[in-house]
Design a binder for this molecule. Structure first.
Ligand code: C2O
Ligand code: CU
Length: 432
């Protein structure tokens, strides 16, 4: 799977739910060192980073259109900043050192406050030395509830990640190893999912919100013991729920399912060696009252449809191992430039629709993330595809996207394989 043998699967995982902080807006998030039982109970606990004493950090929940205020305190020995991934928020709340804010120094605090315009499944994570701080645990779910939530018995967050650990549970402190940066990125030898709730009944209808919080791993997930539909991608409701098959999640991507419980529920990652259990959902008792009905679409998102594009830009991913030469001075580059250039890759007028061709001229897949906006993937036949904030482009392939740039400010555009981002695959755009 990687240069190390994958550690044994975590089927005997401690039932450790993601702590909830519902109804405590304004929230207080303290970034700090934590000790967490990540490996199965009985194996060593892991010294890592987290928020409010836990990894993942607490689940933040707010209603669509309601202001959320989060006081972030930095209890670390180093600087940090927190990004609210996928939220179309005001630029100055985006949490990006170099573009939107100063670093929060140790002992300092910063208040983030914004009104999430869209319901859906989002997450927060460190955006400072993120290939390392996220790998060490600085992540948590951010859920924006619909005004009219779907009719389900439970709403469960499933946060996926992986960690590179010794047998005793300590992290291997080698986050910027050049070999992995030039290949698929720092990858764990142990993976699991953290669930916000661990028990359901047979016959329950459940919303599952899967979040890939791993720094570099693309998860291919099979969920057993359920039948249902895919209802949202990267937070945004699908107009028509899609079939539930194997789920492919690039780093930072989310998928929401609505499913009926038909048996013991397992979340398995597909690996070359076979399925690897990430989490179980205990099934006890039976729901006698639920009437099976069709799984309906979630409330529609309110994003503008793209107009005819006024600009067509090409962003070519370059570099890495087995890649060609390029003009940048780091391992990876976009259009021959590594790391954040002085000048933006694109300058847009507010409301402008832009087409971008993302060309993957490397030997590795990349998950390209745009801040502050969602964009449409364009199918080969030109049809508008899914609305996403992160799109997976496989090695040697390309993808067109269409984006209505309607959020003013300076926005990052980067590979969300965080090793690739630190290895140079970052640029930015500006919307006036
Ligand atoms: Cu999820 Cu630039 O971030
Ligand atoms: Cu990448």
């Amino acid at each position: 799977m990687n240069r190390r043998q994958f550690l044994a699967s975590g089927s005997a995982l401690a039932l450790l739910p993601v702590p909830a902080l519902a109804g405590q807006n304004p929230f207080r998030l303290k970034a700090e060192a934590v000790t967490q039982q990540v490996l199965p109970e009985g194996d060593g606990a892991t010294s890592m980073l987290g928020f409010n004493g836990s990894m993942p950090g607490p689940e933040l929940r707010v209603r669509r259109g309601e202001r959320i205020t989060i006081d972030v305190e930095n209890g670390l020995q180093e600087g940090t900043a927190v990004h609210w991934h996928g939220i179309r928020l005001e630029n100055m709340m985006d949490g990006v050192p170099e573009l939107t804010q100063e670093i929060i120094n140790p002992g300092d605090a910063m208040t983030y406050s914004f009104i999430p315009p869209d319901a859906g499944t989002y997450w927060y994570h460190s955006h400072y030395i993120s290939h390392e701080q996220v790998a060490r645990g600085m992540m948590g779910p951010l859920i924006v509830e619909d005004e009219t939530p779907p009719d389900v018995d439970h709403d469960i967050t499933v946060l996926l990640s992986d960690w590179l650990m010794q047998e005793d549970g300590s992290l291997v402190e080698d986050y910027a190893d050049m070999h992995s940066v030039a290949h698929g990125g720092y990858m764990g030898n142990f993976a699991r999912a953290f669930l916000s709730q661990t028990q359901v009944r047979l016959g329950d209808r459940v919303r599952l919100r899967l979040i890939n919080a791993a720094t570099n791993r693309i998860f291919s997930i099979a969920v057993s013991g359920v039948s249902g539909r895919v209802v949202a991608l990267d937070g945004m409701a699908l107009a028509e729920p899609g079939p539930l098959a194997e789920l492919l999640l690039a780093p930072a991507q989310r998928v929401d399912l609505i499913v009926d419980i038909t048996g013991p529920v397992g979340f398995d990652m597909t690996t070359r060696q076979g399925p690897y259990r990430l989490a179980d959902l205990t099934v006890e008792g039976r729901n006698e009252t639920r009437q099976d009905g069709a799984i309906l679409p979630l409330a529609p998102h309110g994003l503008p449809r793209p107009d005819a594009p006024t600009q067509h830009l090409t962003l070519t991913m370059m570099g890495g191992a087995m890649g060609g030469r390029h003009g940048g001075d780091n391992i990876w580059a976009f259009n021959n430039v590594s790391d954040l250039p002085q000048d933006p890759f694109g300058r847009f007028q507010r409301g402008e629709t832009v087409r971008m061709t993302l060309v993957n001229d490397t030997s590795f897949p990349h998950g390209i993330h745009l801040h502050g906006h969602h964009f449409y993937e364009v199918a080969d036949d030109g049809a508008l595809g899914d609305l996403r904030d992160t799109t997976l482009v496989h090695a040697g392939e390309s993808r067109d996207i269409l984006c209505v740039f309607d959020n003013p400010g300076r926005w990052l555009l980067h590979c969300h394989m965080l090793s690739h981002a630190t290895g140079g695959m970052r640029t930015w755009v500006t919307v006036a």
